[in-house]
Structure formats: structure tokens, C-alpha cells
Ligand binder design. Structure first.
Ligand SMILES: *Cc1c(COP(=O)(O)O)cnc(C)c1O
Length: 225
């Protein structure tokens, strides 16, 4: 745990960029330390781990973000408390989130995850699929979700120019759909890009929200889970 790294990062990126501390596969104690230092936003990738954490830290004012691949049958477990679902990658998933949210009378903020990396393995919609979703009657009828921006993960590469190109492309797409589909909707404002290794590039390319794990907490421990 590197609380100094956290404060340094906070100062470096400034007030305009929200830091989501990615706590997946990190011990509770590190999370507690960061919460007690006043940090509000935490991101998790796994539903079961997130639900356990939320219960454990329910007496603290934490905003929980879901950033991993979300299976339809697990949506109901996070809808009661989730602050932002950053990884919506299909209309079907969005409709299920809406249905579960409607049951408990919530409106859930969501980001569309856009595929920008070269690797095939990363989830997300391509730009065309995102537009098809936004044009659909089904989407337009949803009352219990709100799309507040886009999320993307750049290629896993040391080639900074490639990463920059991908973030820039996503920023352009963000501006385009903001104009075409979210005119007069100030809530559409988040561009969630940048992780420990590429947040500096992301911030230069217009990120409003960075998702940082390793840099704050140290290496993850996949064995104890
Ligand atoms: C794990 C994860 C992160 C954090 O990665 P670090 O390199 O540890 O900062 C950010 N975003 C997503 C979607 C992740 O799965």
C-alpha cells in the first residue's frame, strides 16, 4: 500500500480527473486505509468480491464502480448499491440493468465500454455497435438507466504512440456521440480511460476518470482468492 503514491497522483492529475481506486484482489486493510484517508471511489471487477466488500464497508461513504465483464445473471446483486457500471457492452445487458433497477425504483448510471485496443480479447462495443444501440427503440424506452459517458482500455503495449492514438480515437467518438445523441444532457460527461501504466497519456487525451490499481495498492494477489 502506497498512500504517498495516492496523494502524489491526486495532486498530479488535479481536481478535474476523478481517481477510481481499483481494489480487485487487494486485501481489505489497504482499502480501509484509503477510505480512512478520505478517498470515495473504488472499482471492482468481480461481482462476488464486490458484494462482500460493499457489505464489509457499508458504514463508510464509498462509491462502488463496476469495471469488469458483467454477466446478465449477476446484475441483480449489484443494482441495489452500485454507483456506476462502467462496463456495459451490449443492449441486452443494458436492458437487464434497467429491469432490475426498475424493480427497486433506482436509476443506474452506466458507461458504454468501447473496444479501442488491438487485442481481440478485450470486451466492449465497437463504434458502429454503440451507434446501433443508441439508435434503437429499445434503448430509447429505458427509464431506469442513464448513460453518463464512455469507458475504454488501450492496448497492452509499451508503444506510447499506439496508446495515444487509441485514447484520441475514443475522445473523438465521445465528442461525436455527445453532439449526436446527448445534446442538452450535461450528465453525459465521463470519459473513463487510463490505468496505472497509461494514465498520463489518458489525462493528456481528455480522460475525466482514471482507474488505478497497482500504482496505489501494489501488485495484486491472485492466490488468496
Ligand atoms: C484491473 C483493472 C484496472 C486497474 O489496473 P492497474 O494496472 O492495476 O492500474 C483498470 N481498469 C480495468 C477495467 C481493470 O480491469
Amino acid at each position: 500500500m502506497n498512500i504517498d503514491a495516492y496523494f502524489k497522483l491526486k495532486e498530479e492529475v488535479g481536481e478535474q480527473v476523478k481517481i477510481v481506486a481499483v481494489s480487485k484482489k487487494q486485501p481489505d486493510e489497504k482499502i480501509r486505509t484509503l477510505i480512512e484517508a478520505g478517498h470515495p471511489d473504488f472499482g471492482e471487477n468481480y461481482v462476488q468480491e464486490l458484494v462482500n466488500r460493499q457489505e464489509k464497508f457499508s458504514s463508510y461513504p464509498v462509491n462502488w464502480h463496476f469495471i469488469g465483464h458483467l454477466q446478465s445473471n449477476k446484475v441483480k446483486f449489484i443494482v441495489p448499491f452500485i454507483h456506476l457500471i462502467q462496463s456495459v457492452d451490449s443492449l441486452k445487458l443494458l436492458m437487464i440493468i434497467n429491469k432490475e433497477a426498475e424493480k427497486i425504483n433506482r436509476v443506474i448510471d452506466c458507461l458504454l465500454q468501447i473496444h479501442i485496443a488491438q487485442e481481440e480479447t478485450k470486451f466492449g462495443l465497437n463504434q458502429e455497435e454503440a451507434i446501433v444501440l443508441l439508435e434503437s427503440q429499445e434503448y430509447k424506452s429505458l427509464k431506469n438507466i442513464r448513460i453518463t459517458g464512455l469507458m475504454g482500455m488501450a492496448s497492452f503495449t509499451s508503444q506510447k504512440e499506439q496508446v495515444r492514438k487509441e485514447f484520441r480515437m475514443l475522445r473523438r467518438f465521445f465528442e461525436q456521440i455527445k453532439k449526436d445523441y446527448f445534446a442538452g444532457k450535461p450528465e453525459f460527461k465521463e470519459l473513463s480511460t487510463g490505468m496505472s501504466d497509461d494514465y498520463q497519456i489518458a489525462v493528456k487525451e481528455g480522460s475525466t476518470m482514471i482507474r488505478i490499481g497497482t500504482l496505489i495498492f501494489g501488485a495484486r494477489n491472485y492466490q488468496n482468492h
